[in-house]
Design a protein around this ligand. Structure first.
Ligand SMILES: [Zn+2]
Length: 80
């Protein structure tokens, strides 16, 4: 698998740059994690609700909630 980031130099250190957005980091592991988090579809949500979950409040009304990165992180942790 090709590296999903570009490697440049910053003050003599390797600087890992995302080719898909302005993200860059000096930490190679973080560059890989960024690519997975930001650019690899983790799930297949229905069209039009990407990144959103619909829940109903106690009155039965639907409430749109934005998924946070913490939600994804905890879901990943719970798989183990
Ligand atoms: Zn990126």
């Amino acid at each position: 698998m090709e590296q999903p980031y570009m490697v440049g130099k910053w003050h003599g250190l390797n600087n890992y740059q995302c080719p898909y957005c302005p993200f860059n980091t000096l930490d190679e592991a973080m560059a890989m994690q960024h690519y997975i988090d930001a650019h690899v579809p983790q799930r297949e949500p229905p069209p039009g609700v990407h990144g959103m979950v619909l829940v109903a409040d106690r009155h039965g009304r639907q409430v749109a909630m934005q998924m946070t990165e913490d939600d994804y992180a905890s879901a990943d942790t719970n798989q183990n």
